[in-house]
Design a protein around this ligand. Structure first.
Ligand code: AMP
Length: 282
């Protein structure tokens, strides 16, 4: 595995790969890799000649009061994991190289970013869309793989790629979970033992919702109420949002009809976790 830190070097290596007909598959991450990330890399490996994984804790997607400083970083361990998987290139640029002095251009996807995580984290998706555009320009992938754990993120990226005629195919993989149901996340590392147990309330409340829908409940208020009650049964849990919405527009749905996204952001203590499921109301 080659590790490249310079964006210019990465761009020229990618240029040469493309010129020689190689299909580049790209997996952008913020590191502190877990099995969910590795599933993305494996998916990329199935379809690419060359797999490029980036590790970059993108400062501009964090709010001023968020966890940029304490976000887990473990390059050595991440490198070893990626090497073991047969990753071809690790792209590991510095924030200075990505946002040099004078940097002043941003990519904004409107509309769908006003809702869910976009409403709770103003500016977050501008940071995401900007860095992903930059990385697409540098890495020049034929396709990129994103996880459905960040459901809104992949929708924002798809919108951006379509609207801006970017020549990149977007692939996704399902939410990768721990055995007990907790969605894998680098932020799970913040949880104490007690909080780790309490965090199961996210997947549990989604299971309650799925079961209600399976048994025929279609009323938003009934599902919302059940999810809310389940979450609040944990005393360390507080709700950022619960959304029952259209998986493409994120417009809230009064009735669960057709494919419907049930998405949550919940604080367990001070740690904000997200999870989601798509149900079909028929
Ligand atoms: P992050 O490092 O958290 O920015 O995530 C990098 C990529 O991994 C994003 O496309 C995420 O959606 C994806 N990802 C993170 N956790 C999971 C998971 N538990 N299941 C599936 N994809 C994930």
């Amino acid at each position: 595995m080659k590790t490249i830190t310079s964006p210019a070097k990465m761009a020229s290596v990618s240029e040469a790969l493309r010129a020689s007909g190689k299909k580049i598959g790209f997996v952008p991450t913020m590191g502190a890799l877990h099995e969910g990330h590795l599933a993305l890399v494996k998916e990329a490996g199935k379809h690419a000649d060359t797999v490029v994984v980036s590790i970059f804790v993108n400062p501009i997607q964090f709010g001023p009061k968020e966890d940029l400083k304490k976000y887990p970083r473990n390059l050595k361990k991440d490198s070893a994991l990626l090497k073991k998987l047969g990753t071809d290139i690790l792209f590991y640029p510095s924030a200075k190289d990505i946002y040099p002095e004078g940097f002043n251009s941003f990519v904004e996807v409107k509309g769908i970013t006003d809702k869910l995580c976009g409403a709770s984290r103003p500016g977050h998706f501008i940071g995401v869309a900007t860095v992903v555009s930059k990385f697409f320009n540098i890495v020049k992938p034929r396709f990129a793989v994103f996880g459905l754990k960040d459901f809104q993120q992949q929708a924002v990226i798809r919108r951006m790629v379509k609207d801006l005629n970017m020549d990149v195919e977007i692939k996704t993989i399902p939410v990768f979970r721990e055995k007990d149901g907790l969605a894998m996340s680098s932020r799970n590392a913040y949880l104490s033992k007690e909080e780790r147990k309490a965090a199961l309330v996210l997947s549990r409340s989604l299971a309650v919702a799925r079961e209600l829908v399976r048994k025929g409940t279609r009323k938003r208020s009934a599902v919302l109420g059940a999810v809310k009650r389940t979450i609040l049964s944990e005393k360390t849990a507080s709700i950022d949002y619960i959304s029952i919405s259209d998986p493409e527009t994120f417009a809230e749905k009064p009735v669960i009809k057709g494919p419907t996204l049930i998405a949550l952001a919940v604080f367990i203590g001070k740690t904000r976790l997200i999870d989601n499921t798509v149900v079909n109301g028929g």
